[in-house]
Design a protein around this ligand. Structure first.
Ligand SMILES: C[S@@+](CC[C@H](N)C(=O)[O-])C[C@H]1O[C@@H](n2cnc3c(N)ncnc32)[C@H](O)[C@@H]1O
Length: 282
């Protein structure tokens, strides 16, 4: 059997088991086994598959059929143009979260231009903190997470991208472990409503950490608690950027007005026109 034939068969098996984008997913897993980029794979499709390659590929396809996400199978995910190591102890970083990073980079480049202290709350694999550190050489970042297993992964991503000297990882509840106030707080906290957890795809509900998803009955429990702590952890004229679900803009803005009555509060929409980030400029 050639690599091309093995790929076609795997894509068929994935599609038959209800996996979207079956061809792309099969390609990703085959490339992972062969250590090839896309172009190299396409120029190798006529090669014969060795028995070892066939067995390894079949094992990964079987894992994907159980609905395990490809990012956990390969142990990698790209975010903001950077490659991140992943494990099942951390949420897979989503493309939507890149908007949070873009807004933070905008603020740091226009308002906090001299020095910039940032807190990334609920850092997970460190995607937001590392992307900010790589793109903002003048920034120092505290990245917190309640999960020690998540901090092990973020630590290795900081090393991988050579930002360990500017990203300090701290274990604890929200802003609790911060040693000093900061200019900017960014957070992609768990915001899924309890009743909606059961509606998530098996890739999410069976494999991603519950701790990274559940935002309590209304989805806003963690965001509300963070707002309660934010005032005393911000430097004068500081800012807060919060990722939200598309239907939480109004509720989170109302909450923000209660905690920060004199601040400029707004919602940033994503490429699909959906509410995605709430910004609070104090
Ligand atoms: C939605 S994930 C976001 C991960 C990462 N920032 C990203 O955008 O890919 C939320 C993270 O918040 C962490 N978390 C949950 N409760 C927390 C708490 N009370 N204090 C700090 N972190 C918490 C979870 O462990 C998880 O890593």
């Amino acid at each position: 059997m050639t690599l091309g034939e093995a790929l076609a068969q795997a894509a068929k098996d994935l599609a038959a088991n209800g996996i979207d984008d079956a061809r792309l997913e099969a390609e990703l897993l085959l490339r992972h086994i062969l250590g090839l980029d896309r172009v190299a794979l396409y120029t190798s499709l006529e090669q014969t598959v060795t028995p070892e390659q066939a067995a390894a590929f079949s094992a990964l396809i079987q894992r994907r059929i159980t609905r395990e996400p490809a990012a956990y199978i390969t142990g990698h995910k790209e975010f903001f143009g950077l490659d991140f190591q992943l494990a099942r102890s951390v949420l897979i970083p989503r493309p939507e979260t890149e908007l949070l990073v873009e807004k933070a980079i905008d603020l740091a480049g226009t308002v906090f231009t001299q020095s910039c202290l940032i807190a990334d709350v609920g850092t997970g694999c460190g995607a937001v903190a590392v992307a900010l550190a790589v793109n903002l050489p003048h920034a120092r970042i505290y990245a917190t997470d309640i999960s020690s297993a998540a901090l092990e992964i973020s630590s290795s991503n900081c090393l991988r991208h050579d930002v360990s000297d500017r990203v300090t990882l701290l274990q604890g509840d929200l802003l609790g472990p911060l040693p000093e106030p900061v200019h900017l707080i960014v957070a992609n906290l768990p915001y899924v409503r309890r009743s909606e957890l059961v509606e998530l795809s098996p890739e999410i509900s069976k494999f991603e950490p519950h701790l990274a998803l559940s935002g309590g009955a209304d989805g806003l429990r963690m965001i509300g608690r963070l707002m309660g702590q934010a005032g005393r952890n911000l430097l004068p004229s500081g800012a807060v950027l919060l990722e939200i679900a598309h239907d939480q803009g109004q509720a989170v803005c109302e909450m923000a007005r209660r905690y920060f009555p004199d601040s400029e509060i707004g919602v940033v929409v994503d490429f699909s026109g959906l509410d995605r980030v709430v910004s609070i400029l104090t």
